[in-house]
Design a protein around this ligand. Structure first.
Ligand code: PLP
Length: 399
């Protein structure tokens, strides 16, 4: 593997895949893996979904890219549909999650600048957060392991412990532009922000003229059983970053905002060459056809409940390997007793792909289109993985 011409910045498994079918990934050697990682919450409607394939193929034969120097009707349509289904009045399309967060941060800062308060540029974030890997978003995420060695941390980010109201209140001041958070921390280990806390944050923002930025890059587009996870709490953000599942595997992201906030990014203030091109927009529209279809999100909620119950049973019967289930919808996590990497490896050997996260948690995030039968297969394979580790523990103890 060291023969590769690729940068060595990823710790890859030795698997490579030939094709995908729904929730299944088929390896070059013919082995079939149940994909409970969805390419890190990206393949929202599974692999090779016929509706997405035909949308992509049709658009590919017509027009790929024209730049944002011209009108892009497919993007107008996708933006309108996103606004109709959310709090937002306006949408800016980008190519990734980090770019969506960058746009959100710039939008918030510029909003206060336009209101005559240029000193108001600080963004408050929470420990355990992940907002991306650009120089701005590693400063927002605040994690030492991502900041180390990349020069001075970008200024204007204040971090407080998660769900700590006193710490939050103490850090707010005339410099605060926005509070940014993930409704459920994904990379941080499927850690849910309590509803009460979210509502209090919204209230604090309203009281002090602070903007609320939600990072729904991982939680959005149906992952938790609502179109966006904040709908569970009844609050609405002012600005929101979306990516991952919105393109179903086509790289795209979006920054959604109220009309008032969106106005801050006037002509010339921000831009992207690729963002919102016809190819991406056609696929994005096809994803929404599925996710906003009749009963789809209710179905995700149902399946999520069943899966969570079954995972709770699994945890109960394997206390030496697993100890807690978290999350909702199809954004679930199991905290492991053994090192999470070991469990993810055993699951892979059992024919199931899952994604490790912080706090020793394995993320179970299958395509939202997974069937009840496939959920049963997933739980069986997760059980086989737990048994394999238990067998090793017994062996180890006998030696
Ligand atoms: C993945 C992720 C990002 C970064 O998205 P990229 O597309 O990798 O830039 C930011 N925030 C959250 C919550 C994410 O899950």
């Amino acid at each position: 593997m060291s023969e590769t011409a690729l940068f060595g910045n990823y710790a890859r498994s030795n698997l490579s895949f030939d094709h995908g079918e729904g929730v299944w990934l088929v390896a070059k050697d013919g082995r079939r893996f149940l994909d409970c990682g969805s390419g890190i919450a990206v393949n929202s409607v599974g692999h090779s979904h016929p509706h997405l394939v035909s949308a992509l193929q049709e658009q590919a034969a017509k027009l790929w890219h024209v730049s944002n120097l011209h009108q892009i009707p497919e993007g107008e349509r996708l933006a309108q549909r996103l606004c109709d289904a959310s709090f937002a009045d306006k949408v800016l399309f980008v190519n990734s999650g980090a770019e969506a967060m960058e746009a959100a941060i710039k939008c918030a800062r510029r909003y206060h600048f336009d209101k005559g308060q240029p000193e108001r540029y600080h963004i408050v974030t929470f420990e355990g957060a992940f907002h991306g890997r650009t120089l701005g978003t590693i400063a927002a995420g605040g994690q030492a392991k991502y900041l180390e060695g990349f020069g001075p941390k970008a200024p204007g980010f204040d971090q407080v412990p998660a769900n700590d109201l006193d710490a939050l209140k103490a850090v707010l001041g005339p410099q605060t532009a926005a509070i940014a958070l993930e409704p459920v921390q994904g990379e941080g280990g499927i850690r849910e922000i309590p509803t009460d806390f979210l509502r209090t944050v919204r209230q604090l923002c309203d009281d002090h003229g602070i903007l609320l930025i939600l990072d729904e890059i991982q939680t959005g587009v149906g992952r938790t059983g609502k179109f966006f996870a904040h709908e569970w709490s009844g609050i609405e953000p002012d600005i929101m970053a979306v990516a991952k599942g919105i393109g179903g595997g086509f790289p795209m992201g979006a920054c959604l905002a109220t009309a008032d906030c969106a106005e801050a990014l006037a002509p010339g203030t921000h831009g992207t060459t690729f963002g919102g091109n016809p190819l991406a927009m056609s696929v994005g529209n096809a994803v929404l056809d599925v996710v906003l279809g009749d009963g789809f999100l209710e179905d995700v909620q149902q399946k999520g409940l069943h899966l969570k119950q079954k995972l709770a049973g699994l945890v109960d019967s394997h206390p030496k390997v697993l100890d807690q289930v978290r999350g909702n919808g199809l954004m679930l996590g199991i905290r492991c007793v053994v090192p999470v990497g070991e469990y993810v490896g055993a699951a892979r050997d059992a024919g199931l792909l899952a994604v490790p996260a912080g706090d020793n948690v394995v993320r179970i995030m299958p395509p939202l289109t997974i069937s009840e039968e496939e959920i049963s297969v997933a739980v069986e394979r997760l059980e086989v993985a737990a048994q394999a580790i238990e067998a090793k523990l017994v062996e180890g103890a006998a030696e």
